[in-house]
Design a protein around this ligand. Structure first.
Ligand SMILES: Nc1nc2c(c(=O)[nH]1)N[C@H]1C(S)=C(S)[C@@H](COP(=O)(O)O)O[C@H]1N2
Ligand SMILES: [Mo]
Length: 400
């Protein structure tokens, strides 16, 4: 965000072409940004940087380093979808700019897209779609969506789905995979039945300790499933884990898993199987595509960043970490000169947990202003935060 005139852009270009070298030029010789380097940085971001003295060593202005979005993003062009930032089209992946996540209930057009394989054609008759429950159960089931609606309580909840890789583009050194910034999150209103009710109807054996999820989409090669993940039975029995057949009161859009998908809020989005047609109950952890190794897994002890690792000592990523986004002011917004107070708001969430406090800084973290945080409308929904911050002058500011 800046409120000043543009000047020369050479450092900006250098940041785009070679961010590490630009960073080294500006930072390596001095701990604190000052003198000519400060002037160059200000020129690159298009305004004075009033709080430059607080900027951390090695700081790269957000205006110059927003991952794909700063490098001239490519946008998704798809019927029924907003201008999402395209990360790749084979498989199709697109993320939502933060300012399109301002709604408490994420509208279908603004919902990020994450595919691991081919997108299946729409099923000709959604009501005839069958979901199998098998493995360590007393009575295997084969239920249509009509059966689900008749036999079990239908509930509606606001639930987060967040990709396990959300925020990955900020890793240093860079990590493999889609370079999500903060837009692989959505919080829509899902209608469906609780997975636990269905599992209880099948009768869980004592040996049922893990799940394995299946959908109808194929790997890009055409061989095998695109992705098949599973989790501990405790999460399958959580009251917010749903087999959903409606999103925001409408049939689920095809790209988001029609006619039925799992919604496993607060844990990696990869568990929320789209085009969901089968769940296995297992005595051992599931071994489908996307399980084991380093996929959707995290180290149990610190490792050298960027080092090679076979993941043998990793554990599955479960409860997602806390995160907060700013949704009412887009990246790079220019406000009128003389602006001294701005209202800010956004969303915050923390996997299975509830967010109690959210603080905002406009001086690179030297001081923080407390925001108000709404309680969630139901568990596993994100939460609205809002407040106001003061600006001492015109210039370049970052809202942290
Ligand atoms: N069948 C199937 N389900 C899937 C996927 C997929 O590729 N195929 N991707 C998973 C991942 S990694 C995420 S983050 C979410 C994304 O859901 P969305 O595309 O509706 O945003 O779906 C999950 N469910
Ligand atoms: Mo994901």
């Amino acid at each position: 965000m800046r409120s000043s005139h543009r000047t020369e852009r050479s450092l900006d270009e250098l940041y785009r072409d070679d961010p590490e070298r630009a960073d080294a030029l500006v930072w390596r010789r001095r701990g604190v940004l000052k003198g000519a380097a400060l002037a160059a940085m200000g020129a690159a971001v298009g305004g004075a940087i009033p709080f430059a003295r607080n900027a951390p060593p090695g700081f790269v202005p957000s205006a110059l380093a927003q991952g794909a979005a700063a490098q001239g993003p490519e946008y998704l062009q798809m019927e029924g979808k907003a201008r999402l930032v395209l990360l790749g089209d084979r498989p199709l992946n697109a993320e939502t700019p933060e300012h399109l996540l301002d709604d408490d209930v994420t509208p279908a057009p603004n919902f990020f897209i994450r595919n691991n394989g081919q997108v299946p054609d729409a099923a000709p008759n959604a009501m005839a779609w069958k979901i199998k429950v098998e493995g360590e159960v007393n009575t295997p089931l084969d239920l249509s969506i009509g059966d689900l609606q008749q036999r079990f309580e239908v509930v509606t909840r606001r639930l987060q789905i967040e990709c396990g890789g959300n925020g990955r583009s900020f890793f240093v050194p860079q990590a493999r995979g889609n370079q999500w910034s903060t837009g692989a999150i959505a919080n829509s209103e899902w209608t469906g039945v609780r997975l636990r009710d269905v599992l209880r109807a099948a009768g869980l054996k004592d040996s049922a300790k893990f799940t394995g999820h299946h959908g109808s989409d194929l790997h890009l090669s055409g061989n095998g499933e695109a992705i098949s993940r599973g989790m501990r039975i405790e999460k399958a029995l959580d009251e917010d884990t749903l087999i959903a057949f409606r999103m925001n009161g409408q049939p689920i859009p095809q790209i988001h898993g029609a006619p039925a998908r799992l919604v496993v809020p607060g844990w990696p989005g990869s568990l929320s199987q789209k085009w969901f047609n089968r769940i296995e109950l297992k005595a051992q952890p599931h071994a489908g595509r996307g399980m084991g190794g380093t996929s959707y897994r995290v180290p149990t002890a610190p490792i050298v960043p960027g080092s090679r690792n076979d993941g043998a000592t990793f554990r599955d990523l479960e409860n997602m970490p806390v995160r907060s986004i700013l949704t009412n002011i887009a990246h790079g917004t220019r406000l009128p000169a003389g602006t001294r107070r701005i209202e800010v708001r956004g969303q915050a969430w923390a996997g299975d947990d509830t967010v109690r406090a959210d603080d905002v800084s406009v001086d690179f973290g030297a001081t923080w202003t407390a925001m108000t945080v709404n309680p969630p409308p139901n568990s596993h929904s994100w939460q609205r935060w809002r407040g106001a911050v003061a600006l001492p002058s015109d210039g370049y500011f970052e809202i942290w």
